[in-house]
Every structure is written in C-alpha cells, then in structure tokens.
Design a protein around this ligand. Structure first.
Ligand code: ADP
Ligand code: MG
Length: 315
C-alpha cells in the first residue's frame, strides 16, 4: 500500500502542496485531476522522490521513502515515473528504446518487448527510429518504456496528451487492463476526465495544492461537492435557488449537469434558447433562464429566441 501522510511542499516559501494525505492499494488506478497549476505534477514528483519534503511522509508498505536528500540518484527503484515531457533516444528504434531498460541477460526480453509494443499498439513500428514518429506515437513508446522493468508503482503525468481521440480510447482500455492484470498501482495526473471516470478506482481532486475530494468516480460524479469538481466531468449549470423559487432568499444554488435539464411539455421554468450545438448523439442547447445562462441536452436542434419550458431532474 502507498500512503502519503500530511505532505506539504513549496518550491519557494509559498506552499503549492498543502497537507495532502491519501492511501492507494496495489493494482489500484488513482486519477489525480485539477486545473493547470493546481499541483498534480508536483505531487507525482514528491511521491517518486524527486522533491524533498520537510513536512509529511510517504510510505510504501511499511517502508518510509527517504526522498532525494538521502539518495545518490533521486527516484525510487520500484516506481517508474513518466514526466509530462518524456524523453526518448531519437536516433534508435522503438524496440531499442523499450529494450534499454530490460537486462540482456533476461531470456524473456524479446517476448516482453513484444508484449509491451502490443499494449501500446506500436508493434508495426518496432524497427522505426523514434525521430521519425509522430508526437502521439512517441508518447506511446514512452509509456511502454516506463513499463519495461515492470514497476510496482507507475506514475504517469498527462500520459495521453499527444494522442488523438481515435487511438486514445483503445490505448486506455488496453493499458489499464494490462496494469490491473499485473497488479501495478498506477497514479495518473490528468485533466482529461474520461481517463478518470471510466477507469479509475479513486479520483483525487486537487485545487490550489489542497486535496478537496477523494472518491470513487460514480460517487464523485453524482454528488459533486462544488462546481469546480463537477466542471471536470461536464458543462455544469449553477442555478441560484432564487431563480427556481421566488420565495427563496438563501443565496444558495443547485448544480445540475446538462442531462438533468429537460424540455417540459406545458409548464415549467420559462427560458429562451440562445444556440444549439451539435454533439453527435444529441444537441447541447444554450438558454437563458431569467439572468442565468444554462446548458441542457436535447435530441434535436432548437431555434434561437424560441421560448421553452424546462424541468429539472434530480438524481
Ligand atoms: P499542475 O501539474 O497541476 O499543472 P504543478 O505541480 O506543475 O501543477 O505546479 C504547481 C504550482 O507550482 C504552480 O503554481 C507552479 O507554477 C509551481 N511550480 C511548478 N514547478 C515549479 C518550479 N520548478 N519552480 C517554482 N515553481 C514551480
Ligand atoms: Mg502538470
């Protein structure tokens, strides 16, 4: 089990990681989400042992990790870390880049390289020099490279950022299935929440260096504590209660996803349509309710300026 307890850190006197604690089990997939600058990469670097922390501890099983001040080469051996800007050897082949981390004494070396190439769907490029690959292909090789030695813990920083959607879904499925089968704990920093929602065992949400949520995807999605959290998953409507109930003076609001607002037949909240956006399987309709702009899903396009009645569906 990985255990981070009360860790704080600042590059300068200003703390950018503030008293974060969490636990993760072998084989888990933990997604760290948060807006840019919230501290995701810093947290991964602390866990890996690149940054020294004065406050807090990181444990792996029962062993306290010592951090960079106590090691000749920073970074734990059983952990592999893929930074946001990965580096590969450009003038050597894909196969050599991955194989570099597997001992040539290892009689399964060839088989292992093949297995990893398959996970990242790069088999046909095994003999291609890295400099001749696209950004997304390089990223896939970099992912295979950090798995070469079969770490116990894998830390990935925005691992799919250069990979086009067409490939991303298959890669995610193959990669996370593979990691589960090997019981590798994987912690991924991402601002793409599809990674998190469909695959993660737990999602950690970071805001300004603080851990503001640590929950399973469904629980987090269905019951987001605030608009910051909900906005990672979908366009979110924050509707003041006073808009819904003229007697309400609480200044509170409710959070609704676009799929929780529907057209009502005869009566409901009166809104004016602003625009319709085609989303493939539905249209996202932008409308105004009194002074509040909101978004809802609808099977067909609606005309601008059209008056509609809306109803809100609670989960
Ligand atoms: P994220 O990965 O969520 O985008 P980071 O962990 O990279 O966030 O950054 C967290 C905060 O730390 C930001 O305010 C960033 O500007 C600051 N920061 C990151 N790296 C450094 C550094 N090497 N020196 C000083 N400040 C840094
Ligand atoms: Mg980052």
């Amino acid at each position: 089990m990985l255990k981070a307890a009360n860790i704080s850190f600042g590059y300068t006197s200003k703390e950018v990681i503030k008293n974060i604690s969490f636990k993760a089990n072998k084989g888990d997939y933990i997604a760290i989400i948060g807006e840019s600058g919230s501290g995701k990469s810093t947290l991964l670097e602390i866990i890996y042992g690149l940054l020294h922390i004065d406050k807090g501890t990181v444990f792996w099983n029962d062993e306290k990790l010592l951090g960079p001040n106590f090691r000749l080469i920073p970074g734990e051996d059983f952990i592999k870390y893929l930074p946001q800007d990965f580096d590969l050897m450009p003038y050597t082949t894909v196969e050599e880049n991955i194989g570099k981390y597997i001992s040539s004494q290892d009689k399964n070396k060839g088989k292992r390289i093949k297995e990893l190439l398959k996970v990242v769907d790069m088999t046909e490029f095994s003999q291609t020099k890295v400099k001749n690959l696209s950004g997304g292909q390089k990223q896939r090789v970099a992912i295979a490279k950090v798995m070469a030695k079969e770490p116990e813990v894998l830390l990935l920083d925005e691992p799919f950022s250069h990979i086009d959607n067409f490939r991303k879904n298959k890669l995610r499925r193959d990669l996370f299935r593979y990691l589960k089968s090997k019981n590798i704990l994987c912690i991924v920093a991402t601002h793409d929440t599809t990674d998190a929602l469909s695959f993660a065992d737990k999602i950690l949400v970071i805001r300004n260096g603080k851990l503001i949520a640590n929950k399973a995807p469904e629980a987090l999605y269905t019951n987001p504590k605030n608009a910051y959290i909900a906005s990672f998953f979908d366009e979110i409507n924050k509707i003041p209660l006073s808009e819904i109930d003229s007697n309400d003076i609480s200044k509170k609001s409710v959070l609704l996803y676009p799929n929780q607002i529907k057209l009502a037949e005869k009566e409901g909240f009166k809104a004016t349509v602003i625009a319709s956006y085609f989303k493939g399987s539905y249209y996202l309709i932008e409308a105004v309710l009194n002074k509040t702009t909101l978004f809802f899903e609808h099977p067909s396009t609606l005309e601008s300026n059209q008056k509609v009645f809306l109803e809100f569906i609670k989960k």
